[in-house]
Design a protein around this ligand. Structure first.
Ligand SMILES: [Zn+2]
Length: 206
């Protein structure tokens, strides 16, 4: 199915409202995109509140990340274009700032988080049992997108469903926006479970 800019805008605006309702769009954080027909990408502009997006907050870029109109795309555009290159099946990408993603990666040097035994894992593509585990890589935060891109390039595999940036948030992608939203909601839930478990363990040690 071809994806035109109008449809992509509607999906991105609606994703912003949904993620904001889940507490995943604080301040002006996050950025969202949809792959358009003809190798272009619709992406949120820099600086808008994602719960209150309008058509003017979504612009078109080419596959190298260059804006095709006179507006500034998201600061993290280079991470979106990289993911579309690595995952040809990905049609939508969501990046959010998340409290549990920040807390569980804070003050440690863990390179990945392993989510194991959760029923919620079935929200991820290709998983149909809780008796499995999913490894989500954690990358170091940087204001230099080249630095994050290199970490992604080194460690991501075709089976990676998402990644976390330490002290920052996470990236998910899907074969359509509905799938990307589902994975974002599931990952947020799972990381919240991990965060609560950390609190209980810390309380038990005190
Ligand atoms: Zn961010």
């Amino acid at each position: 199915m071809t994806m035109d800019l109008d449809r992509a805008r509607t999906q991105i605006i609606s994703a912003g409202k949904f993620l904001d309702s889940k507490g995943l769009a604080p301040a002006t954080s996050g950025n969202y995109s949809v792959r358009l027909s003809g190798d272009c990408i619709a992406i949120t502009v820099s600086g808008s509140h994602k719960g209150r997006l309008t058509d003017a907050d979504v612009i078109t870029i080419d596959k190298t990340g260059a804006a095709l109109e006179d507006k500034k795309p998201s600061a993290e555009t280079a991470l979106h274009t990289q993911l579309y290159g690595l995952f040809p099946q990905a049609q939508a990408i969501l990046h959010v700032h998340s409290v549990p993603a920040t807390v569980v990666t804070r003050g440690n040097t863990q390179k990945a988080i392993v989510l194991e035994g959760y029923e919620m894992l079935k929200a991820f593509p290709g998983i149909n049992t809780h008796e499995t585990s999913l490894e989500i890589p954690i990358f170091e935060n940087s204001q230099d997108m080249k630095d994050i891109r290199e970490q992604v390039e080194r460690r991501i595999t075709k089976d990676t469903p998402a990644y976390i940036i330490r002290d920052h948030g996470f990236y998910v992608w899907g074969r359509d926006m509905a799938e990307a939203e589902r994975i974002a909601e599931a990952l947020e839930y799972l990381l919240a479970c991990e965060m609560e478990s950390m609190k209980i363990r810390a309380g038990a040690r005190a």
